[in-house]
Design a protein around this ligand. Sequence first.
Ligand code: FES
Ligand SMILES: [Fe+2]
Length: 323
Amino acid sequence: MNSNDYTAVANASELKLNQALQVFYKQKPVVVIRTKKGLSAFEDYCPHRGLALSKGYIQNDEIHCAYHGWSFDCLAGKNKNVPVKNEALPCSLKAFYIQEKYGLLWVSSEEDAFIPQLDENIEVIALQGKIKAGLLNTLENFLEGSHTHYVHDGLIRSKKKARHPIQAKIIQNTNGFKVYYESEPPKGIVTQLLPKKLRQLYSVSTYIHPNVAVLEFFNQKDQIVSRFEAILNEEEGHTAYYARIFIHLGILNPLVKPFASRMFQKIIEQDKLILEAQQQNLIHFPEHKFYSDETDLVGTHLFAWQNQKQNQLEAVSNFCVYW
Ligand code: FES
Ligand SMILES: [Fe+2]
């Protein structure tokens, strides 16, 4: 775990050949470039007068600034020409490392930084968007189930149905933590529509530091039924998400996929609405701290990881939630 771990900054298909795209890494603009020589990433800042280089254009493997036309080599970032002088100057762009993996572009300031292990399968339902909320609250929302009865009433769980005590356990590891929940009776349309033997599911939430949340559902034979990955990136005033959804229902997959896609879209919309409403209200109360008890352990653990206080956490914590 390192603070320079690779961050997903864009969908790989957003960056076409000979194009430059502005993305955000650690909340600062970075320009990512694709030429036939490969991918590159630089601080999105022209050393001359500071215009974003992403506003320029690519020609002959050089990026040309839109203001006074200074050009830079797309791979090394070296200045190649200053038109008003008709020669190059000894200046370069600040470079970042970039990788393409899981259909996403990942940026880091360190070459061998950690890149989270996600599902290699590309047969995926992919959704992306932006939520006007902070990273931490968005991560907590994706990882934590207590809101589902209210925010996703009838879809995932239900406000009205009787609750059952569910034992849960958080286990720390070097890159984050895992939360194991006991199985529970189906309480929303998502599980009620499944074949009978698949309705009693248990779930595992995984946090991969700094900004990935994974939710997995398993049947009683420990076979995975579905996996949801939320890869987040805090940008300017919002959190961008790349969601990847995998359904493992064998021959039922083609049938379930379109339905699952719409369902997850709806679920994320509901989360977006509540997160943006929360954010709007938090602006008025910067002096307040959240009130939490052990049923909020997922959030408490996330806050500790984000504040680099994960060493103070128990290796294993047991708790109970009424779901
Ligand atoms: S600001 Fe880029 S060339 Fe002048
Ligand atoms: Fe949610």
